[in-house]
Design a protein around this ligand. Structure first.
Ligand SMILES: [Zn+2]
Length: 206
């Protein structure tokens, strides 16, 4: 299995989009804007099981998902809690933009500790509230897609609608408890890291 960053989200209003590729599956993680890099990735793997996987409902992670699904026919999955609020412009923060997100429904939802199979890949989902009420992190092989919960040397903000400091603390404790040092972390913004590096270096985890 390989993970590549298809879109680079190192600044505000842009998030990372990852492509996860194996012999039997092609998965896009997060889709803050529709981009040919994403549809080409899915189209060039149309012989495999495919999925658009969303970590949470902030606009910079979901805004291109509806169009990506339209162009490729690939279904969308998001956490169950998040799905209930994802089209609320206050919740997804798109109310702050000049154009709101066109409403759309996910094809599938997952709950905490649920495992789903996509082709030859297993995705284990964990609900980790704090940044948003229904933020999910997803483990695929040794790779953790941490959305805006855990960043390299930082953590997601908790001051936005549905954010919560105490829940964030509990989620981070849980992440550090569940995952070993060798797990690679692919966050929603900025560069990849590992659980071990964050355990040693992240000032928010001390
Ligand atoms: Zn966010």
């Amino acid at each position: 299995m390989e993970v590549k960053r298809l879109l680079n989200g190192s600044y505000i209003a842009r998030s990372n989009s990852y492509g996860v590729l194996s012999e039997g599956a092609a998965i896009v993680v997060d889709c803050g804007k529709y981009d040919l890099a994403l549809s080409n990735f899915l189209e060039s793997n149309s012989n495999k099981a495919r999925l658009i996987l969303l970590t949470h409902a902030h606009f910079d992670h979901i805004m291109g998902a509806r169009e990506l699904r339209e162009k490729t026919g690939v279904p969308i999955l998001i956490g169950k809690t998040e799905a209930a609020s994802m089209c609320d412009p206050d919740y997804n923060l798109s109310g702050r933009l000049r154009r709101e997100i066109e409403k759309f429904e996910p094809d599938y939802t997952v709950e905490d500790e649920q495992t789903i199979t996509v082709g030859d890949l297993k995705i284990k989902a964990y609900e980790m509230p704090g940044h948003t009420k229904g933020s999910m992190v997803y483990l695929i092989g040794d790779n953790l897609f941490s959305g805006d919960v855990l960043f390299r040397n930082s953590i997601g903000r908790t001051d936005l609608m549905s954010g919560n400091d105490e829940e964030m603390r509990a989620s981070l404790d849980r992440i550090m408890w569940i995952f070993g040092d060798d797990i690679k972390v692919f966050p929603g913004h900025d560069e990849e890291t590992t659980i071990g590096a964050e355990r040693r270096n992240n000032p928010y985890l001390r």
